[in-house]
Design a protein around this ligand. Structure first.
Ligand code: C2E
Ligand code: MG
Ligand code: MG
Ligand code: MG
Length: 283
């Protein structure tokens, strides 16, 4: 009986795994079409200055509108794009959109408006420094300074401590690009890398923010992260701010920026610019 149960269980897992593998293969195939047919749209989520409520930053978050399946989350397809290196082409697409949007935002909303773009570790893998040059060239052609783009990287990338990665990061820094550490606190948090690579921002992961008002330990950790970052001259962005209570505590902790559903979900660019123009004409 028990033996049978185990066998059934194993069978079930094998089936589930095969199903998942099949879906992934299909997704990878349609991902190529998606690139060719531009099935993506870049959404933007405002990043709010905690003390003034001003918005002069936003994060670019990709959406895939599959012709049959509808919207597919980046949580599902970004790992597949990384696995197949298609992320390089997708990254170019996102960059192009960001640059176009930056031109308009800096002209109409704020000459210092900044957009954050997520860059996967895979995008730092190519052997040549070529991609870094391309990014700079694109910015130059569009007449947008590199400092208008904030590159979000994860702790994992910094832990590889490969010289090539450090070299590329330094190259991008010299060109003027700014950097954020995304999902801070969920990786290995070895912290030593903070000495090696200079970043402007640190984004506290949503996991710490969601229970800020109910979990004493999370509150203490947030406080400590903010104090540490400030002492290192790094600004802090809280991710996943969903309630008034979160905001109140983050104000007390002197967190510099807040991002989350409490202020706005990621929205199409049209909506972003509409709400920004509205709040500007009210001011
Ligand atoms: P991320 O960079 O950490 O982005 C933040 C995620 O948190 C976004 O999910 C955003 O919609 C979500 N979020 C923001 N505020 C709240 C909130 O108050 N509550 C909750 N529950 N969630 C909130 P999204 O858009 O699904 O993206 C997921 C991840 O996919 C991103 O995490 C990022 O790692 C990756 N990703 C998205 N766009 C790109 C891209 O263009 N390139 C690359 N390489 N990765 C991307
Ligand atoms: Mg991010
Ligand atoms: Mg994040
Ligand atoms: Mg994330």
């Amino acid at each position: 009986e028990a033996k049978n149960k185990g066998k059934n269980c194993a069978q079930f897992f094998t089936q589930a795994m095969e199903q998942k593998a099949r879906r992934n293969r299909e997704l990878i195939r349609s991902l190529r079409d998606a690139i060719n047919e531009s099935q993506f749209e870049i959404y933007y989520q405002p990043i709010v200055e905690t003390f003034t409520g001003k918005i002069h930053k936003a994060e670019a978050l990709i959406r895939w509108f599959h012709p049959i399946e509808g919207m597919i989350s980046p949580v599902e397809f970004i790992p597949l794009a990384e696995e197949t290196k298609l992320i390089n082409e997708i990254g170019e697409y996102v960059l192009k959109d960001c640059i176009l949007r930056l031109q308009r935002l800096r002209r109409e909303i704020d000459p210092d408006f900044q957009i954050s773009i997520n860059k996967s570790p895979i995008q730092f893998q190519s052997n040549v420094i070529e991609t870094e040059r391309v990014w700079q060239k694109r910015m130059e052609e569009a007449d947008v300074p590199c400092s208008a783009l904030n590159i979000e990287i994860t702790e994992g990338l910094l832990l590889t401590s490969e010289d090539s990665v450090t070299t590329k990061l330094e190259c991008l820094r010299r060109q003027g690009f700014q950097f954020s550490i995304d999902d801070f606190g969920t990786g290995y948090s070895a912290l030593a890398y903070l000495k090696r690579i200079k970043v402007e921002y640190l984004k506290i992961d949503r996991a710490f923010i969601s229970k800020l008002d109910t979990d004493h330990d999370d509150k203490v950790l947030c406080e400590a992260i903010i104090v540490m970052a400030h002492k290192l001259g790094i600004k802090v962005i809280a991710e996943g701010v969903e309630t008034e209570a979160h905001l109140k505590l983050l104000k007390e902790m002197k967190c510099d920026y807040c991002q989350g559903f409490y202020f706005s979900r990621p929205v199409p660019f049209k909506e972003l610019i509409k709400s920004l123009s509205k709040s500007r004409s009210l001011a």
